[in-house]
Design a protein. Structure first.
Length: 176
């Protein structure tokens, strides 16, 4: 029969597992899966240090929102609220950053290690210093050691939360 159909391919068609093995999507390296959130958040922090997020620009938008919500808001009250929101943002962004750094340092491993948490805290504190240096070169921003300290306090708070989380985490008891 093969002599009658010389155009046919004598090899059988491949099975699905063979095709899947050849066309498997490239795997993302484990280090990138662990670190991408922290790297992304570092970019968010960097972008928040630009002119776009200066006190003047955030004040305009926040002023519109607050004065719409509370029409009787005085300028002094607005200034106080604006200041507190900006300082809370410093604390919060570095709190989140430290958590993400811990995730990156820990990688695929489980549990708590002092070295992992100190590394995450040190990286967050170091990045806060670099962030303030960056702000020194932006015309509408000012560098402040107090802001860097506040950033580091936010990272230290995340350090404490992580420690408490792993210290007091309820582990399932083995069934006998």
């Amino acid at each position: 029969m093969a002599e009658l159909q010389p155009w046919r391919n004598p090899r059988p068609a491949p099975h699905l597992p063979e095709i899947q093995a050849r066309w498997r999507a490239p795997r993302v390296p484990a280090w990138l899966r662990a670190w991408w959130p922290a790297l992304f958040w570092a970019g968010v922090i960097f972008s928040m240090s630009t002119d776009t997020f200066s006190a003047e620009h955030t004040g305009r938008l926040l002023g519109l929102i607050l004065r719409w919500l509370v029409p009787s808001l005085t300028e002094d009250q607005f200034s106080t609220i604006h200041y507190l929101i900006r300082k809370s943002a410093h604390f919060t962004e570095y709190f989140i950053f430290c958590l993400l750094l811990y995730r990156g340092v820990r990688g695929g491993r489980k549990g708590w290690r002092w070295t992992w948490s100190i590394a995450a805290l040190s990286c967050a504190a170091g990045y806060s210093v670099l962030d303030e240096i960056h702000q020194a070169f932006v015309a509408s921003r000012t560098a402040s050691a107090y802001d860097s300290l506040l950033d580091s306090i936010g990272a230290f708070a995340a350090f404490g939360v992580l420690w408490m989380w792993f210290r007091f985490q309820i582990r399932p008891t083995p069934v006998s």
